[in-house]
Design a protein around this ligand. Structure first.
Ligand SMILES: Nc1ncnc2c1ncn2[C@@H]1O[C@H](COP(=O)(O)OP(=O)(O)O)[C@@H](O)[C@H]1O
Ligand SMILES: [Mg+2]
Length: 354
């Protein structure tokens, strides 16, 4: 019997396009002998459209964007479709808001359907840079000094907040707490730039974070597993632009990825330990990419974790595993296996007190 898999992609998010490319690549890597593949497309308007079953890999993202049928409540249609003929597993290929933040995971939990990747808590905690950093602190992970504040705090005490920012060493990085893909992030050297950067960040969130800049190389590591996660080789990013911004991530392809990163074993082991510890404190499952800075004197500082990292075959996470000996199709299989394992374990839990 083939496993019925639902690919969930698109989404009401800035990373909509990226998600479509990922979905295309996943159809090209899935074994159609083993899986019955059903596309579930979330439009930019947030409509959930269930497409006809795919019988072969798709060649273009157009094939994945079927027209809107404007049926009201089509998320309910998705739930009904599952009730009539259950999915064996859902593979959410969504990044950013409404996808990587625990909201979709919550729906899948309520439906009690196995799904790939992180659960509600890890997704939500990983999406909020402030919560994430507070957890890293509890885990004793080295990170750059930062402050955070809400819009209303900013409006009532700009001078007080700016005075605190000055205690951090420039350059400062100003970020909305809840977004990914470098959207709304700026680097500020002066007070004027800082104020401008804060205004930009507030366009995207009501809570923002200001960090002390770290002078260092950017190195990332993949984590794969549930209770006993493994880590991949390390990979370095060499952005050509000022920093790793949205365009260098997704548009110009100007960023060089060096895999494995040229680093002493001691640094790589330290990073592996920190990546696993971040995975554990956030209660992650399945997949995480942990991002670090490595300073000139080889100190390792954690920047963030991504609970749904870029997942096209040319993205860092799949490349890291490829260099560790896990091919893209194999990685997909393992992630599906981990999703089923976590779900099966959950079914054994007792929900009443006797
Ligand atoms: N504290 C920092 N010091 C130096 N560079 C930083 C710092 N924070 C962010 N950056 C740069 O900005 C990029 C995006 O920031 P990041 O926090 O990773 O946001 P996102 O969640 O959007 O990926 C990083 O990859 C790095 O190039
Ligand atoms: Mg990042």
């Amino acid at each position: 019997m083939k496993k019925k898999i639902g690919l969930l992609y698109g989404g009401k998010s800035a990373e909509h396009e990226v998600s479509l490319s990922t979905a295309k690549a996943v159809t090209q890597a899935l074994n159609f002998e083993e899986y019955e593949v059903h596309p579930v497309f979330i439009t930019m308007d947030g409509e959930w459209l269930i497409g006809p079953r795919l019988t072969a890999p798709v060649d273009t993202i157009d094939q994945l964007q079927f027209g809107s049928n404007k049926t009201p409540n089509n998320m309910i249609n998705f739930i009904q479709a599952h009730n009539e003929s259950p999915f064996d597993v859902i593979f959410p290929l969504l990044h950013g808001t409404n996808g990587e933040d625990g909201t979709v995971q919550g729906l899948l939990e309520v439906m009690n359907v196995p799904y790939v990747g992180n659960g509600v808590l890890a997704s939500a905690a990983g999406m909020d840079k402030v919560i994430m950093k507070q957890l890293f602190e509890i885990a004793g992970l080295a990170q750059t000094p930062y402050i955070y504040f809400t819009r209303s705090e900013w409006e009532s005490d700009q001078e007080g907040i700016l005075a605190k920012c000055v205690e951090l060493k420039a350059p400062l990085f100003v970020k909305p707490a809840n977004l990914g893909s470098s959207v709304g992030i700026s680097k500020a050297m002066t007070r004027e730039e800082l104020i401008a950067a804060i205004k930009v960040a507030f366009q995207y969130d009501r809570k923002i974070i200001v960090e002390q800049g770290v002078a260092g190389r950017e190195v990332e590591m993949g984590v794969l597993g549930n209770d006993k996660p493994r880590t991949s080789v390390a990979g370095e990013i060499k952005p050509v632009t000022e920093f790793y911004d949205y365009d260098s991530k997704y548009k110009d392809g100007s960023t060089a990825l060096i895999i494995p990163a040229e680093l002493p074993d001691t640094v790589v082991s330290k990073m592996s330990e920190m990546a696993k510890s971040a995975f554990k404190i956030l209660d992650c499952s399945g997949i995480v990419r942990a991002d670090f800075f490595v300073t000139a004197n080889e100190e390792v500082v954690i920047n963030e974790v991504n609970t749904m990292p870029g997942f096209t075959p040319s993205s860092m996470y799949p490349l890291l595993w490829q260099h560790t000996g896990v091919s893209y199709p194999e990685l997909i299989d393992q992630l599906i296996g981990l999703a089923l394992e976590r779900h099966a374990e959950k079914q054994k839990l007792q929900y009443n007190k006797d």
